[in-house]
Design a protein around this ligand. Structure first.
Ligand code: PEP
Ligand code: MG
Length: 591
């Protein structure tokens, strides 16, 4: 790509997170939180003016919610629109408003601070209640609080996503995975964030949604203006503000090449993932949502290699019941039957936080209360999921794997719970799959080191390279400042993958790879050469992986792996991977 900076545009460089180019007006999202809310003292004379400010903000919020309700009613129906009734009721709640008024009058603090403080108390109170219905109210109060605080901060000028009126490029300091999952694809052309990397769950979701995305743009959200015209380049990781005619022309060429390549990929989609020397490898899809079956089928996947079930648990105050989960898993597996669906048990924690503010404030969430660790302590939560999976597996081709296993002890405890769930289902006369295939994700170095022991108790491994790289190299996968150190071709990572695959084969079980490394067509040949039996990737990336595999010989992949296992340099291995793909599918690297 030519140097675009010389033409007067402003280019902000970040990390390419999801391929594609889009252009349009920017929509800058600012979401004040209770922690960001300004706090200052006011004089007695200012109390009434502060209170008036609150009344204005409440009025504006009410108008926005009615407007939103009207639009949702037109597009989704009146039942869905009713969800805003609860939020409107919060605005009318006299106890909340009275407490805020009292706090301003007695403490002489600004109304924003008083509102945030009182609302947080209400949120915590509702979140801690036993009653499911009451706990759901915590989400309504939190949403309404955000909206009121935005309107207090700068009435009408700090928009939220519901205010997008035309398809736009979203710019935000950060987006949570659940916000990303809920993005309206008709209104969001792509997104750019200050934080994040290419293996954060937000980036993974952008690829699942086929939305161009750039992360790690540092302070871009502070430097751009709402409504400004820009081009987002998800291939190279750039946000080009006010692109010149020449730049738009050059990107037009890139897009044309990309579309031509997509057409080529479509032609291979239904064909098997088999190398030129007739070696077959299973290509499966990673999904975050039980409804993604059409994307799975359209991608040419042979099944689901990773279903990230935690998305069923996000953005709600109560956990889904066993019955709700059972229905979701059963419907997914039935729609894809006879193709296999590997359900990963809950991987909450890390960057995927449910709505329970106090329980999840950790200094090092990725080293903390996450995944299987959380499930082995929150046993009722885990039991409900295990029972739902065991039941759904009666009608579907379901397998199950545990995330973040670091020891045999954890595996043993999880399996004991499975045995307990089977016994209780049998006692209740509820049908379940007695011979459910169970595997684990290998994503912690200790699991690699004891892979031979683990393999004796399991039916398969699935290597989670996103976390395996993070934990092996001590590189936070969310931190854009060290994103360049998150290296899938680091010799230590290559050897870890090889050791895991060898241990599994010696024990007579298979190994898949489901981290983002598997979805990179440049790296897929290396994984094949290292002996992977399955690659599980985002449906949007699957066609390009298949395209490369179908133009490759297993012998070439093995030579590449042999080279990588001898090499001492991540960049040397990466260059060798690129060289191989350039020689067999140069058109893929050209866009
Ligand atoms: C991984 O760690 O590679 C993986 C697939 O799991 P997740 O990205 O959900 O942590
Ligand atoms: Mg992981």
């Amino acid at each position: 790509m030519a140097d675009l900076g010389s033409r007067g545009e402003r280019i902000l460089n970040g990390i390419p997170a999801s391929r594609g180019v889009c252009r349009g007006k920017l929509f800058v999202l600012r979401q004040p939180t209770a922690h960001e809310t300004p706090q200052y003292r006011i004089s007695v004379n200012e109390v009434d003016a502060e209170y008036d400010r609150l009344q204005q903000a409440l009025l504006l919020t009410r108008q926005q919610l009615h407007d939103l309700q009207h639009r949702v009613s037109e597009t989704l129906g009146s039942d869905e629109a009713r969800i805003f009734d609860a939020q409107l009721l919060v605005l009318e709640d006299p106890s909340l408003i009275d407490e805020v008024r009292k706090a301003v009058g007695t403490d002489h603090v600004n109304i924003d601070h008083a509102f945030a403080r009182v609302a947080q108390r209400f949120i915590d109170g509702f979140a801690a209640m036993d009653d499911d219905y009451m706990r759901e109210r915590a989400i309504d109060i939190r949403d309404v609080t955000h909206r009121v605080l935005q309107n207090l901060a700068s009435p009408g000028s700090t928009p939220d996503l519901s205010q997008i009126r035309e398809p736009s490029i979203l710019v935000a300091h950060d987006l949570t995975p659940s916000q990303t999952a809920l993005l309206d694809r008709k209104m969001i052309l792509g997104f750019a964030t200050d934080l994040g990397s290419s293996t954060s769950h937000t980036a993974i979701l952008a690829r699942a949604l086929s939305l161009p995305a750039v992360t790690g743009l540092k302070d871009a959200s502070q430097r751009v203006v709402n409504g400004e015209y820009a081009l987002l380049d998800g291939f190279n990781g750039a946000l080009v503000l006010h692109p010149s005619e020449q730049t738009l022309f050059e990107y037009g060429q890139i897009e044309r090449r990309y579309l031509a390549m997509e057409e080529k990929l479509r032609q291979d989609r239904e064909l098997p993932a088999v190398t030129l020397d007739r070696h077959e490898i299973v290509l499966s899809a990673n999904i975050e949502n039980a409804g993604e079956t059409s994307e799975v089928l359209a991608s040419g996947a042979e099944g689901v290699g990773l279903f990230r079930t935690e998305y069923l648990f996000l953005e709600r105050a109560t956990h889904p019941s066993e019955e709700e989960q059972y229905t979701a898993y059963r419907q997914l597996a039935e729609r894809l039957h006879p193709a296999p669906v590997i359900i990963r048990t809950l991987d909450l924690g890390g960057d995927k936080m449910p709505v329970q503010p106090d329980a999840f404030t950790e200094r090092n969430p990725f080293l903390g209360w996450r995944a299987i660790r959380l499930c082995l302590q929150e046993r009722d939560l885990f039991r409900a999921q295990l029972r739902a999976i065991l039941r759904a597996a009666v009608t579907g081709n379901i397998k199950m794997m545990y995330p973040m296993i670091s020891s045999l002890d954890e595996l043993g405890q999880a399996n004991e719970l499975v045995a307990e769930c089977k016994a209780s289902l049998a006692a209740e006369g509820i049908p379940y799959q007695a011979d459910l295939e169970i595997g684990v994700m290998v994503e912690i170095p200790s699991a690699v080191i004891i892979a031979d022991s683990l393999a004796r108790h399991l039916r398969f491994f699935s290597i989670g390279t996103n976390d395996l790289i993070q934990y092996t190299l001590a590189v936070d996968r969310m931190n854009p400042k060290i994103a360049h150190l998150h290296q899938p071709t680091h010799p230590a990572v290559v050897r870890m993958i090889k050791a895991t695959i060898d241990a599994s084969h010696q024990a007579g079980i298979w190994t898949g790879v489901c981290g983002e490394m598997a979805g990179d067509p440049v790296l897929a040949p290396l994984l094949l050469g290292l002996g992977a039996d399955e690659l599980s990737v985002s449906p949007s990336l699957l066609p390009s992986v298949k395209y490369v595999l179908r133009r490759l010989k297993l012998s070439e992949a093995r030579e590449l792996a042999y080279f990588a296992l001898q090499s001492e340099s991540a960049s040397e291995i990466l260059e060798r991977c690129r060289k191989l793909v350039r020689s067999i599918a140069p058109e893929l690297l050209a866009c």
